[in-house]
Design a protein around this ligand. Structure first.
Ligand SMILES: Nc1ncnc2c1ncn2[C@@H]1O[C@H](COP(=O)(O)OP(=O)(O)O)[C@@H](O)[C@H]1O
Ligand SMILES: [Mg+2]
Length: 639
């Protein structure tokens, strides 16, 4: 019995380590559970949805599986061959036979390497395609969300979904799925071969399996949480970054660099800690499995070495040198996939967590959708009517209260009133950026909810408060992807709205680069570009929101002039702070607190001597005070 003491000692050491590990796990588990990263979607649901993306590439996966068998074959056959070579060298050595065996070994190795390479290539390609499909769907879905829904999700979060999370899924398809199957097969075949070769030694190796199972189980629990923490940290940082990089100028202007740096530091540290934790978990698991591996090898060497030296057998079986070498290699081939299996399961979990996040975004039902059998509007006259419209962004907090008015085709109407009175809201309701809660909005006598959203919006040209220019060129910002627009049309549109004056001074004209958000153009220039954009799209109804705010008097005149021209194109709804802009409107509505207080033409409203009159006289007085001196020459290109 005493000859088995070394094995017992090794077993006892492994047992003690497991116990320490268990105690550590149980003590930390409580505080871990408090973090709550559990998922809401069932694994089955996620798998089903992911598989629907993989289905078109089933052939590729099958081919990859087929190729995989060659690398499995190498893993199983190579130790046997090394064993045979070992035995041959020892028992009846023959150089030619050695050459043949080495050559066969080399061929098997090369075939397996080539197959592994092809398989990786195939899976990478497939994974990338699946990922790009998911990204496309996700982007399309985000496009379909309403303004209100988009306001609720931080941009950084969406960016993370489209980039990081889709990456995790791609990793699942390229790396994890097939390798998981491969590893399972390697373990199975290696075990089978070991049993076939020497079941007694195999039983010895199997004694360590319960420990492996236990470590793996504990490890999985730890890593799952670590992964989620890392993910949440990444999303958090991305959200913070995307918002603060856009607002960096404000941070600098208000001298808030230190405050923001501290906030960023905190998030950064949280992510750093999460990553460290993740690495720590791996750092503990890998050596533990390695310890088991070394223990098995030690036991093997002990048993086999004993056999050689003492000429004794293990459990009645004679062990030769070949068996020792083969088993040594098999133990390695057995532990490697076990270690990666556990890690791959975690990656799989992480991919599932990402998939869940992506599907959660995809499951947000767009609220602004077409009704069944929507009306496709081919031509629009431009009559607009609001009938007792009530609207609230937040349920119960009415922003518009019982608004009713009509606008006839080709009329120009203006909305004036104090900030927050609901002017922008009215404009955004007409083309269904939001849906109203009570009442009706009619376009040419048809409820806008009965018209298909795309055909409805096609007839509107919206020029909003802050003009958004995309990075690209002046031309690309004017045509916005419309393909059938000639340069002449673009230039005509620019001329029509007086934008040609500054464009002609640009070094590259229409090809001048526009940087992100158009930050290399002045507010007035951006405004004029947005006018040109609208003109090119030939809308029947134009919506203009506070275009003349923050613009100098000369530019205002330019814009005023282009506006007057645009008024001839179709129905026009304007919100303006400067009443000079709206003097010529057919009808003016004075709004206060979500209600229309006064309506009429400029002259009528002045005659009424109500709120509009007060506002007008106030602005006239101010104008007189700040009128420029007469010898100052206006510089129109300073737009
Ligand atoms: N996206 C939104 N979510 C919640 N409330 C909003 C939103 N947009 C505007 N509001 C609120 O609606 C009211 C009217 O806003 P708005 O129509 O933009 O006013 P105006 O254009 O007349 O200055 C304001 O009290 C504002 O706080
Ligand atoms: Mg507004």
């Amino acid at each position: 019995m005493h000859e088995y003491y070394p094995i017992l000692i090794v077993g006892a050491l492994v047992g003690i380590f497991s116990l320490i590990f268990l105690v550590a796990y149980l003590t930390i588990r409580k505080q871990k559970e408090a973090i709550g990263f559990e998922r809401n979607m069932k694994d089955g649901v996620i798998i089903k949805r992911l598989l629907s993306y993989a289905k078109p590439y089933l052939g590729n996966f099958l081919l990859a599986l087929f190729l995989m068998f060659f690398s499995v074959a190498y893993d199983v056959i190579s130790p046997l061959m090394v064993g045979w070579i070992e035995e041959m060298i020892k028992v009846d050595f023959e150089l030619n036979r050695l050459y043949t065996m080495v050559a066969i070994y080399a061929v098997i190795l090369i075939v397996s390497l080539v197959c592994t390479f092809l398989q990786a290539l195939l899976l990478q390609k497939t994974g990338q395609r699946i990922m790009s499909n998911i990204r496309k769907d996700l982007f399309e879905h985000i496009e379909s969300l309403s303004h209100g829904q988009l306001n609720e999700i931080p941009v950084g979060k969406l960016v993370t979904r489209v980039t990081n999370d889709t990456n995790a899924i791609s990793m699942m398809f390229t790396n994890i799925l097939v390798n998981l199957i491969k590893n399972a097969f390697v373990i199975l075949f290696v075990l089978f071969a070991m049993f076939f070769l020497n079941y007694e030694l195999t039983l010895m190796v199997l004694c360590f399996v319960p420990f492996i199972v236990f470590f793996t189980f504990v490890f999985r629990k730890f890593t799952r949480k670590a992964y989620r923490k890392v993910k949440d940290g990444t999303t958090d940082i991305n959200t913070f970054l995307s918002e603060h990089l856009s607002g960096m100028k404000i941070i600098q202007i208000f001298n808030k660099e230190a405050v923001k740096k501290n906030q960023f530091d905190k998030k950064n540290k949280t992510l750093g800690r999460a990553k460290t934790e993740q690495i720590l978990v791996f750092g503990i698991f890998r050596p533990l499995v390695y310890m088991l591996y070394i223990s098995s090898v030690l036991c093997l060497f002990y048993l086999c070495g004993k056999g050689y030296i003492d000429h004794t057998e293990f459990l009645g079986q004679v062990i030769n040198g070949g068996t020792l070498v083969t088993f040594y290699m098999y133990i390695n081939k057995f532990y490697n996939p076990i270690q990666s299996l556990a890690e791959q399961f975690n990656w799989l979990q992480s991919a599932f967590a990402s998939a869940e996040k992506i599907f959660t975004v995809m499951d947000i039902q767009p609220v602004i959708t077409d009704c069944p059998n929507p009306i496709e509007l081919e031509h629009v006259k431009g009559d607009i009517e609001f009938r007792h419209v009530w609207f609230a962004y937040v349920p119960g907090e009415w922003v518009l209260k019982d608004i009713s008015f009509t606008v006839k085709a080709r009329e120009t109407v203006a909305f004036v009133g104090s900030t927050g009175s609901g002017k922008t809201t009215i404009l955004s309701l007409i083309c269904r950026n939001y849906d109203i809660q009570k009442g009706e909005i009619l376009l040419d006598g048809i409820d806008v909810r009965k018209i298909s959203v795309s055909s409805l919006r096609r007839h509107f040209g919206q020029m909003l408060q802050d003009v958004f220019l995309f990075s690209g060129t002046v031309r690309s910002n004017i045509v916005l992807g419309k393909t059938d627009v000639s340069d002449k049309e673009v230039l005509d549109a620019c001329r029509y709205v007086n934008a040609d004056r500054f464009i002609c001074r640009l070094k590259n004209g229409l090809d001048e680069e526009v940087r992100e958000r158009g930050n290399n153009f002045s507010a007035g220039q951006r405004q004029l570009l947005s006018f040109a954009r609208t003109i090119v799209h030939k809308p029947e109804i134009m919506i203009l929101d506070e275009a003349t705010a923050n613009i100098d008097t000369e530019t205002e005149q330019l814009i005023q002039n282009s506006l007057e021209r645009m008024m001839n194109i179709g129905t026009m709804l304007i919100v303006a702070h400067r009443l000079s802009t709206v003097k010529n409107a057919d009808k003016i509505f004075y709004l206060s607190n979500g209600q229309i207080l006064e309506e009429g033409t400029h002259a009528e409203l002045l005659k009424n001597k109500g709120k509009y009159f007060d506002l007008y006289t106030l602005q006239q007085d101010r104008k007189k005070l700040s009128a420029p001196s007469e010898n100052e020459t206006p510089n129109l290109c300073k737009v």
